[in-house]
Design a protein. Structure first.
Length: 322
């Protein structure tokens, strides 16, 4: 084979391989994605955390992917205006963080695909018809349907726990006390404390410390995420062991964190986004639920609270902060 024939064959091979690398994406297509969050930019960004996975699928921000980000900074009344901005930007798909953001996007459009990330039950929240068959233009990730398991973990760390406080973001749907009835089998009752704004954090800890409450469960809420250190300090100040959803909570001084494994979540966000952009209807994509959970224990906080963490719980931990 002469040099000219060889170079021609090599060029032809490159041209044939290029479409495969893009995995069927439209040539020259720039995808515009909207991110809508009820919290701040300090919250984990499902698109930034999935950047490597998206790149592997052929989506590169700044090249063929444009992301329009909008944050309500805890001012949930701003969400309708922010989602309108995204619609005016003609986004191809909206990723939401938090239940209020998902609801606002759902109310704003019945046609643009929406991928939600929330701690609530999306069926109970009215976002989807069922987890297996969402229907409509929404699907996503239900990361927080394991509050009962969190209380069980807290009980293992604090054997004397018979009553626990649950910090609930009252900007979300009310929580029925009956939701915690299954915990009666381990001898724990739960009292819900509603938090409207960060100014409300101190009250529940003061009340709980005067009652027979021996632990605090922190709901997975964008508003709470921005105040982990403050919540953790209140726990130590009032001698109340705390448990949150993300390792960051324990890293910021909370006693325990038990929640969905973020590595699995990042992979699946990219896969779902790719599937929908290639034509799959969101309503045909089952809602993701965690199958692996991370446990983080802060031994510094345990010492400050005068607690000894059982060896059996330490052995289960994915991360121990000493």
């Amino acid at each position: 084979m002469n040099r000219r024939t060889f170079l021609g064959s090599l060029l032809a091979g490159w041209l044939l391989a290029a479409p495969l690398a893009a995995e069927g994406q439209q040539a020259g297509k720039v995808y515009r994605i909207g991110l809508l969050s009820g919290g701040s930019a300090a919250l984990p960004d499902p698109l930034r955390s999935s950047e490597d996975k998206l790149r592997a699928l052929g989506y590169i921000e700044g090249q063929n992917l444009v992301v329009e980000r909008r944050y309500a900074e805890g001012k949930l009344a701003e969400l309708p205006r922010l989602v309108t901005e995204l619609l005016r930007a003609r986004v191809d798909l909206i990723v939401t963080v938090g239940t209020p953001a998902a609801r606002s996007a759902q109310q704003a459009t019945a046609t643009i695909p929406i991928i939600f990330s929330l701690a609530a039950d999306p069926v109970a929240a009215g976002l989807v018809a069922s987890l297996a068959h969402p229907g409509g233009n929404l699907t996503g990730f239900a990361q927080g349907i394991y509050t009962l398991k969190q209380v069980e973990v807290l009980k293992q760390a604090v054997p004397r726990l018979s009553r626990a406080a649950y910090l609930h973001d009252s900007n979300y749907s009310p929580i029925a006390p009956s939701e915690f009835d299954p915990l009666q089998r381990i001898g724990v009752s739960v009292e819900v404390f509603n938090i409207k704004t960060p100014k409300d954090f101190d009250g529940p800890f003061k009340l709980a410390s005067k009652a027979s409450i021996k632990g605090v469960v922190v709901e997975n809420s964008p508003m709470f995420y921005d105040h982990f250190q403050r919540i953790a300090r209140l726990g130590v100040e009032f001698r109340l062991p705390t448990i949150g959803h993300t390792p960051q909570f324990a890293q910021d001084g909370g006693l325990l964190a038990y929640g969905a494994d973020s590595g699995q979540y990042r992979t699946d966000v990219a896969a779902v986004l790719d599937k929908i952009l290639k034509g799959t209807k969101p309503g045909d994509v089952p809602v993701w639920q965690a199958t692996k959970f991370d446990l983080t224990i802060n031994l510094k906080t345990a010492k400050a609270l005068g607690l000894t963490i059982p060896p059996s719980l330490l052995q289960r931990a994915d991360q121990v902060i000493e």
